[in-house]
Design a protein around this ligand. Structure first.
Ligand code: PEP
Ligand code: MN
Length: 361
């Protein structure tokens, strides 16, 4: 028991490091591969936790489904060899038990499991009474409720140290990414659960090596707590996810060339400048809200007028004219058409809702 407590304290300390870097192969393939990857990763001095998939949920049968429980002792050896704590994906209660039996330090729930409340509950039931950190990947589909539900089930099982992994979302017809990042969803999760760490998984977002660093950098710029990046001693010949893996050496130089930003600025002078600019932003936001309130009051009046004269709410020509005007004006002010469209869509919807209320009152 004592040892378990000690183990829990030491892994929680590792997870508190910023930036937290987790790396290792998509899948454990052989003992040699695991030991070589682990020692090369440890040699970079950049990695905090070794990851490896033991059980691989594959979309199609016939793909490599992981080496299974026999790979767990390899991870134990890798840990003894390098001192790096190890993390594996679990999708069933039995896998939780096996992983814990072999001293795995961190468990993660994969994207294909997070979508399924039965599976998440099965994992959660096996976690009762255990003190192990659990990282939860976002579900495959862009549905925050599933992600939150999984975190709640794991929390209800008594797990204290829960983290989140943003690995992107499946989207039809997407070409640039394997899984569209949809950053706003991860940001919303961060906002709702500030006590949970948020780690970005650029490997599964990109599905390819060339844009890995770009995505990782964006996550760091957005104040994510860390990265989980797949690495392999011979990426092209990896048994799973070959296109997105990089060597430990490339991972090391990638970490060297990243720009690590701090959320908190230390210098007094910078603090003063930032406070001033933030005050300006707050002031401008207040004014914008005032103006929007006024705009809606005018919309209410128009609504009353339309009601009295029996005119439809939506008048397409008028709406096109508003947008055209905004594109020209906004363009001169350096605002993108994309932003103008989104902003006016939102304002327009609010306006219609206001008018709708009046016309049906
Ligand atoms: C993985 O991490 O190798 C994995 C299977 O990821 P995901 O659950 O994000 O697809
Ligand atoms: Mn993978």
């Amino acid at each position: 028991m004592e040892q378990t407590l000690q183990q829990a304290a030491s892994i929680n300390k590792v997870l508190a490091k910023r930036p937290l870097i987790i790396s290792g192969p998509c899948s454990a393939e052989t003992e040699e591969q695991i030991l070589a990857t682990a020692s090369q990763l440890a040699a970079t001095g950049k990695v905090d936790i070794l990851r490896a998939g033991i059980w691989k949920p594959r979309t199609r049968p016939g793909s490599f489904e992981g080496v299974g429980t026999k790979g767990l002792p390899w991870l134990q050896k890798a840990k003894e060899l390098t001192g790096l704590p190890v993390a594996v994906e679990v999708a069933t209660g039995k896998q939780v038990e096996d992983a814990l039996h072999f001293g795995v330090d961190v468990l993660w729930i994969g994207a294909r499991t997070t979508v399924n409340p039965f599976s998440v509950q099965d994992v959660a039931d096996a976690l009762k009474g255990v003190d192990v950190p659990v990282l939860i990947k976002n579900p495959i589909n862009p549905d925050l409720e599933l992600w939150i539900g999984a975190a709640e089930r794991v929390a209800k099982a008594g797990i204290k140290n829960i983290g989140l992994i943003h690995r992107g979302f499946s989207s039809y017809g997407n070409t640039e990414y394997r899984n569209a990042p949809m950053w706003h969803l991860a940001i919303e999760m961060k906002r709702r659960f500030p006590e949970m760490i948020m780690i970005n998984d650029p490997s599964h977002i990109c599905g390819r090596r060339d844009i890995l660093q770009e995505v990782a950098q964006k996550a760091i710029d957005l104040d994510f707590d860390g990265l989980i990046i797949e690495s392999h001693i011979d990426p092209d010949n990896a048994w799973s996810d070959a296109k997105q893996q990089i060597t430990p050496e490339v991972l090391g130089s990638m970490m060297d060339t990243m720009i690590w930003r701090k959320e908190d600025i230390i210098s007094e002078e910078l603090h003063i400048q930032m406070d001033k600019m933030r005050a300006q932003i707050n002031q401008l936001d207040d004014e914008l809200l005032q103006l929007l309130g006024q705009r809606m009051k005018v919309a209410d009046k128009i609504g009353q007028y339309k009601k009295d004269n029996n005119i439809t709410i939506l008048q397409t020509n008028r709406w096109n004219a508003i947008l055209e005007r905004a594109f020209v004006k906004g363009g001169q002010l350096g605002l993108s058409q994309e932003f103008i469209t989104k902003y006016f869509d939102a304002v327009h919807m609010e306006s219609i809702n206001h008018q709708n209320k009046i016309m049906n009152s």
